[in-house]
Design a protein around this ligand. Structure first.
Ligand SMILES: Nc1ncnc2c1ncn2[C@@H]1O[C@H](COP(=O)(O)OP(=O)(O)OP(=O)(O)O)[C@@H](O)[C@H]1O
Ligand SMILES: [Mn+2]
Length: 475
């Protein structure tokens, strides 16, 4: 066989440098891996926090929306254009107030009144209320007192809440009751420009979302209140070592940064004075009551409408207008394996999409159900990425609705009761008694009413195509 000079050269080189080259190769391989992992990690961080530009606006003034960059996702562009066109022709009945709205608001207001004295035993009521399909009944007569109890109960233990990626505290009260506390990161009048999943959690959004869920007849959000913690008196003395280690003093302000994926000493949350000035002991946040143990543990499902979280890379659902039909036929998809469950699960996801569109949350990458109850409802846990920008409507959050073109009758009827500006007005009324009131600036209520009109337009588009199979009686 003829000798090849190149192979000869490689063989000579190999013999001479076997060990050295192996070491060099290993080093190159290792550093490439480290670099790759770093990029991945940084990329997620960028999506979560840095893609967002915040600005402060005068809360009482309306602003003109900023021009948006054109979308590169064809299926989404067409669907959104159709919704906008329909909106321009929407029947006047969607702009009128319904007389039934008065009794709905009155009943929810009554529920939120404090009717009985505060007592830790009231938290037991929440456990009794919960079923695999809802967390709060209708009516819920002691809800106001229960909320007040949650925002005043003495804290016996404070630790880092380990689930999830953002800074949260797990607080334990008397008799072992627990809650998750998400701290304040933004002022009420800060506006977050950027993707619908960007920025840090909005604690006021969590509280508003709980109230909105009652208004929409979707009581699947953990019971949540606004609470102001006195860090040196209420948290430091009962903090476990791991949390304690993350406390620091910044001038006269007590700060903490916690332990979580995105927790860093460079980004602590700090206490304020009672009137919201820097340099005080009080930390605002949203406190959610832990879900009832009789229904736990939770089962986590990947959302079929999950985003890629990579700018410039579209998910299947963003480009394929027939995406809904395809996932329904996909027997591998665990959510839709059982036919009957499939329908009600899909209707749950569509309820969730409407809810998320109204609050501006494009970050529902997963959803959870009660694991011991295979038919249980889709819970609306984690509404932190909400109410970030009242001037931007992320219509693609409605994809499950405009692609599947079905909606639960109960949801549709409730949405119609909230027409004519009632939705925003009612939420504002329900949020008034909150410990941290005012929770939202006026433009957010305007946004809710405007977004609701988009939901009407989307359903009308579906009805144009098929009068009989859009509004479904399935519970
Ligand atoms: N009130 C609650 N009761 C029971 N479990 C809860 C409660 N709140 C949150 N959890 C659990 O903790 C998990 C993390 O909470 P959450 O999603 O709010 O945190 P996160 O840090 O924002 O997470 P992510 O980074 O995934 O968005 C939830 O998926 C749920 O399993
Ligand atoms: Mn989250």
């Amino acid at each position: 066989m003829k000798e090849c000079p190149l192979i000869n050269l490689i063989m000579k080189f190999r013999r001479k440098y076997t060990i050295t080259s192996a070491v060099v190769f290993a080093l190159i391989f290792l550093s490439a891996n480290i670099y790759f992992v770093q990029i991945l990690f940084e990329e997620k961080q960028v999506h979560t926090f840095k893609n967002v530009r915040t600005e402060v606006t005068n809360s009482s003034k309306e602003r003109t929306p900023k021009p948006k960059k054109p979308l590169v996702k064809h299926g989404t562009i067409i669907a959104i254009e159709k919704i906008k066109y329909k909106l321009s022709q929407l029947s006047s009945r969607y702009y009128r107030r319904k007389s039934s709205s008065y009794s709905l608001i009155k009943q929810l207001q009554d529920d939120l009144n404090e009717t009985v004295p505060i007592s830790i035993n009231l938290l037991q009521t929440a456990d009794e209320w919960a079923t695999p399909n809802q967390l709060v009944p209708n009516p819920a007569p002691v809800l106001g007192s229960l909320l007040r109890t949650l925002c005043t109960s003495q804290i016996r233990k404070a630790e880092n809440a380990r689930k999830g990626t953002q800074l949260k505290l797990l607080l334990t009260f008397d008799s072992g009751w627990q809650g998750v506390f998400k701290p304040q990161w933004y002022e009420r009048n800060e506006v977050l420009w950027g993707p619908s999943y960007g920025g840090k959690d909005r604690h006021n959004g969590e509280v508003a979302s709980f109230h909105l869920s009652l208004l929409l007849g979707l009581p699947r959000v953990p019971i949540t209140v606004g609470r102001r913690l006195h860090l040196p008196l209420e948290i430091l003395p009962v903090a476990d070592q791991a949390l304690h280690n993350t406390f620091s003093l910044n001038g006269s302000s007590t700060c903490l940064h916690g332990v979580c994926l995105y927790c860093t000493p460079k980004e602590p949350v700090c206490g304020k004075t009672l009137d919201g000035k820097n340099g005080g002991p009080y930390l605002e946040g949203a406190l959610s009551l832990w879900l009832p143990s009789k229904l736990l543990p939770l089962k986590r499902h990947r959302s079929p409408w999950q985003r890629t979280y990579k700018p410039g890379r579209a998910a299947k659902w963003e480009v394929d207008k027939d995406y809904c039909v395809k996932i329904m036929q996909d027997q591998e998809n665990q959510i839709f394996r059982e036919k009957l469950l499939a329908r009600s699960r899909l209707l749950d996801l569509i309820d969730a999409a409407i809810f998320d569109f109204l609050i501006g949350n494009g970050d529902r990458h997963h959803h959870e159900t009660f694991q011991p109850f295979p038919n249980s409802t889709v819970l609306l846990i984690d509404n932190g990425k909400s109410f970030g920008n009242p001037y931007d409507d992320h219509l693609d959050i409605l994809a499950p609705l405009y692609q599947c073109c079905i909606i639960r009758r109960k949801t549709w009827e409730r949405l119609q009761i909230l027409s004519g500006g009632v939705l925003g007005e009612a939420l504002e009324i329900l949020l008034r008694p909150s410990h941290l009131s005012p929770l939202l600036t006026p433009p957010h209520y305007v946004a809710l009413n405007r977004r609701l009109l988009h939901v009407y337009a989307t359903v009308e588009n579906c009805l144009d195509k098929d009068q009989t199979n859009v509004i479904l009686d399935l519970i």
